[in-house]
Design a protein around this ligand. Structure first.
Ligand code: N01
Length: 540
């Protein structure tokens, strides 16, 4: 990559869904934009998550861009829930269609981003030593892009093949006839187990926390379903801007109806499949007693499906409310434990002591395997941001500022780091809504903001300290209204030792969040400090 010595208007970090839309959007505004991507091609998490069974649990028709009717009309999804190869093909289709690659440098992992207050310019450096300058930096580096492999003793001593679901190799992995360990039973682990189980000679699943897993009921999309979407897409997309994903949102609580009606509703949604189950009643996320009824319904299904009662009991989640850890979706997961060669190890009974050259050793036994799949998650929402050496006003480091939690305003910016925008990071609805809806809302808002600064001849923007303090309070207050705070989840950073325990996403909903962001903009960017062009350094 050649160095660009003249300052660009925009540098975008990351060429996933968010970064690609950002390139398109800023080009449309006539701005110079360049994107830096660590991977060899576009796709973000969908480039890396090639593990068997990887599939999105937001329906494909909704998990797609809405900004271009032409793109929507020219792409056909084949299944209700698209698998990773199809999502990656879609992302490539969009990149080609909009000719985005000419403004992307691949294999260009950003090492640092340093603000120069005199020039009011960001200086960005890649690990390979390329340098860029830009007035604005858009961090579209992904909320679930920094994988986490626990520091198990001997973790690197294994002599077989090992993989992390989030860094899966491009070449196919042959599981046929192999003995395989899967460590971790979140969304990635359970999908991998479901896909791998029929292929292998032996599968050992290492579970620390059992999760609630709803069947997906995936199926091919027929012409009628596609036509229904096409005919209604304007209305559907408008509604999605308010609710995120188009689930059925009821107006009654789980305890407002009698037992028979409640069970019937759970059964209907279980049979329908997907995350829609969590929205069976309007208080599943907020009322423990209501949540208990949904949780017990799922536990009954587990006991019904899994033949061995001891294994079924281990698979039943009891230590957190349903949905307070990200709900999982896959058909066939519980059924896999009825296969004679699939075994569950409950790490709460028999702790994981070490990875050995031959496999995985627990307190009681060494499980010898040919392959280990680490499905152990991510340093979510903040990991990709603090991994970059970002220094703002007076050389202040982002990682220092966020050492006790990611202080920010609207999830979009943080004080002391002018002209640096974060896409779907902490403090925004991000992972709690359909990512595509959140991404488009963010990029559109940021683009309007930057266009307004240009019109006003302003040089920089950053939040007020008081505005970000109030926003953090609001984010915490929204979380406290929910049961999310009752689980040790990655939403709270609880999966990363030493990470501050702070509920990271904004739980107030995308509709309310959108309203707040729009109002802030309409009120002249209330809570932000805007520095005029002719007064460099004034924001210090
Ligand atoms: O990661 P996770 P993921 N010893 O953090 C276990 C999205 N996504 O990659 O729960 C033993 O959820 C850990 O155990 P515990 C989605 O938002 C979406 O699965 O911490 N076990 C857990 O079981 C999702 O939520 C889709 O006790 C250890 C697992 O590893 C997010 O990505 C598909 C351990 C990690 O689960 C992340 O999902 C895939 C240790 N030391 C992903 N450390 C779809 O759309 C961790 N674990 C369908």
């Amino acid at each position: 990559m050649t160095n660009k010595l003249e300052a660009l208007d925009i540098v975008v970090v990351g060429a996933g869904f968010a970064g690609l839309y950002a390139i398109h959007k800023f080009r449309e505004l006539g701005m110079s934009v360049h994107c830096l991507e660590a991977a060899p091609d576009v796709g973000g998490v969908w480039f890396h998550n090639r593990y068997p069974g990887a599939r999105c649990d937001v329906e494909s028709l909704q998990y797609s861009y809405s900004f271009s009717q032409e793109i929507e009309a020219d792409w056909q999804w084949s299944e209700r829930y698209a698998a990773q190869p199809e999502i990656l093909a879609y992302i490539n289709f969009v990149a080609d269609r909009l000719d985005l690659r000419r403004d992307i440098s691949f294999m260009a992992r950003v090492a640092s981003s340093i603000w120069n207050a005199d020039e009011q310019i960001w200086h960005i450096t890649t690990e390979a030593g390329a340098n860029l300058q830009a007035r604005f930096v858009i961090l579209a580096s992904g909320g679930l892009s920094v994988t986490r492999k626990p520091d198990f003793p001997g973790v690197d001593s294994f002599e077989g093949l090992s993989f992390h679901t989030g860094q899966w190799p491009e070449e196919p992995v042959d599981f046929q006839g192999k003995r395989v360990a899967v460590i971790g039973t979140g969304s990635s682990g359970i999908q991998a187990v479901t896909a791998i189980a029929p292929q292998v000679a032996e599968l050992v699943v290492f579970q620390r926390t059992p999760n609630f897993i709803i069947p997906s009921r995936n199926r091919p999309l027929d012409d009628a379903a596609r036509q229904h979407w096409a005919e209604n897409s304007t209305a559907f997309r408008a509604r999605a801007k308010q609710v995120g994903t188009l689930y059925e949102f009821p107006s009654v609580g789980a305890l407002d109806v009698d037992d028979a009606a409640r069970r019937a509703e759970y059964q209907r949604r279980w049979d329908g499949g997907g995350v829609n189950f969590v929205h069976s009643f309007n208080n599943i996320y907020t009322d423990q007693a209501a949540n208990d009824t949904a949780a017990e319904f799922v536990r009954e299904r587990i006991r019904e499906i899994v033949n061995d009662p001891v294994t079924a009991a281990k698979l039943c989640p009891t230590d957190h409310p349903l949905g307070s850890k990200r709900i999982c979706v896959a058909s066939g997961y519980y059924e896999a434990f009825n296969l004679p060669h699939v075994k569950l190890v409950d790490l709460r009974e028999d702790s994981l002591e070490a990875i050995t050259p031959a496999g995985v050793r627990t307190a009681t036994v060494e499980h010898e395997v040919d392959m280990i799949v680490f499905a152990t998650g991510y340093d979510a929402l903040t990991g990709a941001l603090t991994a970059i050496d970002i220094r703002g006003v007076d050389g202040k480091k982002l990682s220092d500022k966020w050492s006790a939690g990611p202080i920010n305003y609207l999830g979009l910016m943080t004080e002391g780091f002018p002209n640096m925008f974060i896409v779907t990071g902490p403090g925004s609805p991000s992972v709690l809504v359909n990512m595509l809806v959140g991404i488009e809302q963010h990029i559109d808002w940021i683009a309007d903001c930057i266009a307004t600064l240009r019109e006003r001849g302003a040089a920089s923007i950053e939040p007020d300290v008081s505005a970000e303090r109030d926003w953090v309070t609001q984010v915490n207050a929204e979380a406290d209204k929910t049961l999310f705070v009752k689980a040790n989840s990655w939403y709270l950073g609880a999966n990363v030792p030493g990470k501050p325990r702070v509920f990271l996403p904004y739980a107030g909903g995308i509709g309310r969040y959108r309203g707040i962001c729009d109002r802030v903009a309409a009120d002249g960017y209330e809570g932000f400090r805007i520095t005029p062009e002719h007064a460099p350094g004034e924001s210090d």
